[in-house]
Design a binder for this molecule. Structure first.
Ligand code: MN
Ligand code: MN
Length: 467
């Protein structure tokens, strides 16, 4: 081997040189990463909505020996339990050997993703075609949600208060649904409009049927036929939609992307890529950690974290306070000593759209898990800016454990921006930093991540929980 030049030696010593994770990880590690992605894809297919993510999480947690939390029960080091908030958010805990007054190692990811929600009065017929009215959920580019196969997920609570679960469009042979779009031949006016005006919120109506009920007299025969089918299948009447939460999401499955299969394409990777890496990290803890390890999988991040299942509500501090009380501490003292990884995605550099990124500070796929010091917009507004001390603490943790990681900033200064739950956690007086996976086409029906990044996120959460 040739001897390094003086300059090269100095460069290696003094300058930061990130390298692609595929070059930094050995073949065995890459095999592990690719294997991990198989389980990840399966979980993504089984959990497209927050309710389904909670159901799957409970199933996996119970298989791993977690029990449902019992208020007032005395828990000891090594005990594993979960607390469910209104079927749409869940907190998992592994009690550590140290008292809670030493603080918790908390990770927070969200399990809601952009989608089309049905309105409370969704079903109508127009020109002998039946459709559902929708109100989109989260930040979407509306044109992306037309002409893709969609499935319908959620619950309907009927007049008697019984819950009817809906999941249609996922199984082989199921029908799917779709928002139609104008043919290019007649779209001259449409395509000359501004992108956000070309498809309007009220245009996102989902096609659900076209066959009329056989009758000469009544009008709206297609709608009637749909209600007849829904009544036979689910036992519902039209008024039951009023007390329903039905979500239309892309019907396609998670899959490998690229000849080299180095990437995963799936709906809802923001932020289930962090939820479903942090979850196995917690479930596979084999030793009792020093600090109590906690994972919250929350709802409503995509609409700003408000509401009783979002992290801008009190459900997490209430839960921590109850645990603190069990050990004779004040909740706020435990919270103030808690360290939190806000497990959320960042925007990966996209060679198709370099203009919005500042390459020296943008995250890249295959460069590992991203630690994001601050998000926000317009001069760091609406964010928690992690302290240099806490960044140093996380930097050391990741470096000491040979985790491939990078820093990231969400786009150029003043190019736009966004937020995560980090600010709400920080506002409770925790130390917080965003740690997650870089994503291409974030918030699109089909989002892309790299398998090396997914795996390094899993490893990062694992070493954090293990401490
Ligand atoms: Mn997110
Ligand atoms: Mn998002």
């Amino acid at each position: 081997m040739q001897k390094k030049s003086k300059a090269q030696e100095l460069w290696d010593k003094l300058c930061l040189d990130n390298k692609n994770a595929c070059l930094r990880m050995d073949d065995e590690q890459l095999d592990e990463a690719y294997k991990f992605a198989e389980g990840y894809k399966k979980l993504m297919n089984a959990a497209k909505t927050e309710r389904e993510a909670v159901t799957q999480t409970i199933k996996l947690a119970e298989e791993a020996g977690f029990e449902e939390y019992v208020a007032g029960k005395k828990y000891n080091a090594g005990d594993r339990f979960y607390f469910v908030n209104r079927k749409k958010a869940i907190i998992l805990t592994v009690m550590g050997t140290q008292p809670l007054s030493e603080g918790i190692h908390l990770a927070a990811a969200h399990i809601d993703s952009p989608r089309l929600d049905l309105k409370q009065n969704p079903l109508y017929e127009s020109n002998e075609i039946a459709l559902f009215k929708t109100h989109y959920y989260g930040g979407i580019k509306k044109y992306q949600w037309t002409t893709i196969p969609m499935s319908l997920h959620g619950v309907i609570i009927n007049a008697k208060g019984e819950t009817i679960e809906v999941n249609i469009g996922e199984d082989e042979g199921d029908p799917v649904f779709c928002v139609t779009d104008l043919l290019p031949h007649l779209a001259g006016k449409q395509v000359s409009q501004k992108m956000h005006e070309a498809i309007k919120g009220e245009d996102l109506n989902i096609l659900v049927g076209s066959r009329p009920f056989r009758d000469d007299k009544i009008s709206n025969k297609v709608k009637l036929n749909i209600m007849k089918i829904l009544n036979e299948k689910y036992g519902i009447v039209e008024a039951d939609f009023i007390s329903a939460e039905l979500e239309a999401v892309p019907a396609f499955k998670a899959c490998d992307v690229g000849f080299d299969r180095s990437m995963v394409g799936a709906y809802g990777q923001d932020d289930k890529v962090c939820a479903f890496t942090a979850l196995p990290a917690l479930l596979t803890l084999d030793k009792t950690p020093n600090k109590t390890a906690m994972l919250v999988l929350t709802d409503k991040e995509e609409t700003g974290s408000d509401g009783n299942t979002g992290l801008n509500s009190s459900y997490l501090p209430y839960f921590i306070s109850d645990l603190a009380k069990m050990q004779g501490f004040e909740g706020r003292n435990v919270i103030s000593r808690t360290e939190c990884l806000s497990a959320d995605v960042n925007a990966a550099f996209d060679p198709n759209y370099p203009d919005v990124m500042e390459i020296r500070n943008a995250s890249q796929i295959n460069y590992g898990v991203v630690a994001t010091k601050y998000t926000g917009a317009r001069g760091k507004s609406g964010t928690s800016d992690a302290s240099a001390e806490f960044v140093a603490r996380v930097r050391k943790l990741l470096d000491d454990n040979n985790i491939v990681w990078q820093t990231g900033e969400l786009g150029k200064v003043d190019a736009g921006g966004g937020g995560t739950v980090a600010q709400y956690m920080a506002n409770l007086d925790m130390d917080v930093i965003d740690v997650g996976v870089p994503v291409l086409s974030m918030h699109a029906p089909f989002e892309i991540t790299a398998k090396t990044d997914i795996y390094n996120a899993f490893l990062a959460f694992k070493v954090f929980f293990e401490e």
